[in-house]
Design a protein around this ligand. Structure first.
Ligand code: AMP
Length: 364
């Protein structure tokens, strides 16, 4: 069985690493010559729009999936006329435009912050009367890790925030005074079976995920499962999906979803019975899904922009280091480490140590 993946970054790499024990082979399409998954399978190097390469990928792979959502819609459609593609082009189309995504959430009863589309500076001034301050202005498409976003504190911020967007279609949303950010990750296979991971509690700084911790018996688990079930069912979704949520006064408000494996689920490699990467493969191959139960306590810390000495990380007990093989660059995720412990106290102590090591090299 050969799995084709659009993109050959660290997510594709971790999918492939999970697939080897299952006897799977991989073929990647990615424009970068040094894409970090390319040592784990065949690498078709070229543009995502290159129809000849896409046709090759479709022909040589039994099933195609992707590691990011900003795949041009016509590419997913083209591939799906040639081979099986999971998740579906529809899931991509919804996830890659924040306005369509928020409309979709509301259509299936998933709460969102108040929001409005913004196509001009005049629009922005007009809608702020309803949205109120503070608010966040975001590009509708292509935004990730907080890119293309500005926080609006007052009317004085509107002109400069709009200029920064350089004319792209945008959305403005009310700033959510959240007490926590959490995400739920679930997998749905071709038979429609669904499994849910325990909620991840996430810490972002500057719009980038820094730390994720697996929760135990979280009070919000049930509501999050209800939301993600609606999403998976409405999209007739196959694969792993991550839903990012804000918690405010014991309710959950959706931020966005990712139609793929997700950074906040990296702890599942060592911290769950079956990792999100293996369950993604099981789901798209029509196999039974594996148990998502947590094994001990687990938390993950991202290394962004640079790496401390490996030995400093590996000296910590219960730590598992994942280097992505990427050149360090400002704001770039180059590795993560997961710590697994028996007690919450040990987890807190070791996570803090890992986070301090990560902070030392973080230039973002
Ligand atoms: P996003 O790219 O939309 O996931 O945003 C990145 C991060 O910015 C989120 O994880 C939050 O920490 C923060 N953020 C985004 N939108 C909002 C909002 N409406 N209210 C409060 N914080 C936000």
């Amino acid at each position: 069985m050969k799995v084709g993946i659009l993109g050959a970054g660290q997510l594709a790499r971790m999918i492939a690493l999970a697939g080897y024990p299952l006897g799977l082979e991989f073929i990647f399409l990615d424009p970068a010559a040094d894409a970090c998954a390319n040592r784990l399978g065949e690498h078709l190097q070229g543009d995502y729009h290159d129809l000849a390469l896409l046709a090759q990928l479709a022909e040589r792979a039994d099933v195609v999936t992707y590691e990011f959502e900003n795949v041009p819609a016509n590419v997913a459609d083209f591939l799906s006329t040639h081979t099986q593609v999971h998740p579906s082009p529809k899931a991509l189309a919804v996830a890659q435009d924040r306005l369509i995504e928020k409309n979709f959430f509301n259509g299936i009863g998933i709460a969102t912050p108040a929001y409005a589309p913004v196509d001009s500076l005049a629009d922005l001034h007009a809608v702020m009367a309803d949205i109120g301050y503070p608010a966040v202005l975001k590009s509708r498409t292509q935004g990730y890790d907080g890119k293309g976003q500005s926080v609006l504190q007052s009317a004085a911020d509107l002109d400069s925030a709009w200029q920064k967007l350089a004319g792209v279609a945008a959305i403005v949303e009310a700033f959510v005074p959240f007490t926590r950010e959490v995400s739920i990750i679930a997998a749905r296979n071709t038979a429609g079976d669904i499994v849910y991971y325990p909620l991840s509690e996430n810490l972002h700084q500057g719009g980038i995920l820094r730390v994720s911790e697996c929760t135990t018996d979280d009070a919000m688990q049930e509501q999050a499962q209800t939301y993600i079930t609606r999403l998976l069912t409405a999209l007739d979704y196959v694969g792993v999906l991550a839903l990012e949520l804000f918690e405010v006064e014991r309710t959950l408000i959706a931020n966005e979803f990712a139609p793929r494996v997700h950074n906040s689920g990296h702890w599942t490699i060592e911290g769950a019975q079956t990792s999100q990467f293996e369950n993604h493969l099981r789901a798209i191959l029509g196999l039974p899904l594996g148990s998502t139960a947590a094994v001990d306590k687990a938390a993950m810390v991202n290394f962004i922009g640079g790496l401390p000495d490996n030995a400093d990380i590996l000296a910590l007990p219960g730590v598992h280091l994942h280097l992505y093989g990427k050149e360090p660059r400002t704001g770039r995720k180059v590795a993560h480490a997961t710590v697994r412990t028996e007690t919450s106290a040990e987890l807190a102590e070791l996570t803090e140590k890992l986070a301090s090591l990560a902070n030392l090299v973080d230039d973002s």
